[in-house]
Design a protein around this ligand. Sequence first.
Ligand code: SF4
Length: 400
Amino acid sequence: MRHEPVFDPERDPVQLRVDALNDRYRHHGATAVLERALGDAQVGRIALVSSFGAESVVLLHMVSVMDRDTPVLFIDTQMLFEETLQYQVDVSEQLGLTNVQILRPDPLEVQRRDRFGALHLSDPDACCALRKTETLERALAPYDSWITGRKRFQGGQRTDLEFFENEGDIRIKVNPLAHWAKEDVRDYMVNNRLPRHPLVSQGYPSIGCKPCTSKVGDGEDERAGRWRGRDKDECGIHFLDGKPVRAAPDAQHEEVAETAEGDTTMSERVIVTDDGFAADDWNGALAAPEDEDATAVLLPSDADPEVLRGRLDGLSLVAVEFPSFADGRGFTIARRLRLMGYKGRLRAKGHVIADQYAMARRVGFDEVEIDADLAARQPEDQWRRRSAWQAHDYQSRLRA
Ligand code: SF4
């Protein structure tokens, strides 16, 4: 990787870095934002995600000029136009891009969930999740940030787009062209004599998968041909206000439950340990800390652990609440409980993110309890990469 991040994710969560970057680059132009983003340590390891669609060549060209070794991630959903596949080969070669990575959906999952390639007809959100979102999520795992070609003028969920966005408290999304007008895109392509996607001249100003892209008529919005006739205008890859834009939340939960059902009895709650995800094996209730007879208690984030002094040996499980990933009081509670001599099972419960796993383990937690929604947004492999948590531990790295 070219740009190792210098930030500590535990102390510099995504939102703080996004705010700082937007402040720093607010008055810069598109090329300056992209150039700085490729080298800014607060942005960290970065990749360009490109569909090689109607306007993709602008960012591809900029990147090829600034650093042609930049990772370029191209998702081949296996439902694309032949013209797009050929355009990807031609443009990559013409621009001299050296690190284009072609990503495809997991073949076993395609076999299981869309054997006949017809899922887009019955449930396009599920199809996009399978073929795009999950594929991209796996590919982005090593990166702190990614570059998109989204622009405000495209409307819909994009009208308030900033240069830097918080993507689900996981990573940063960089939108260098956020403030460009349609004319800026056209002028850039003309001035740099860039090759156009062959389908543009055939009436496709926005190009996605073949079954979900139709021609656009005079006077129509340029994205009108995407998922025409459906209540859908995003593929599910993008997030809004730091939260994923998705289909009905219930459907998402059902999908997670269904996925888990085959291998575990994972419920709405997921327990994360050094071994990965598991169903919660604790079936008892969690009592209030004042309950003297309880063997398992739930400590609120503002609790004083002294309330448990004198009866720690009788407790099998202590769970500490995390109402928000930005609320670090639970880490202090855990550290104090261990210093007080608590030897039982200690659980962080609530909004703890994968980047905080090393910190949770270091202060004495044995496990983290998250809900299925967060587990879907931060899949097991993101946590597993922290399972050798001492290697991700900031203090340990300093001591090494
Ligand atoms: S755009 Fe259509 S075919 Fe492509 S992944 Fe989404 S629903 Fe499936």
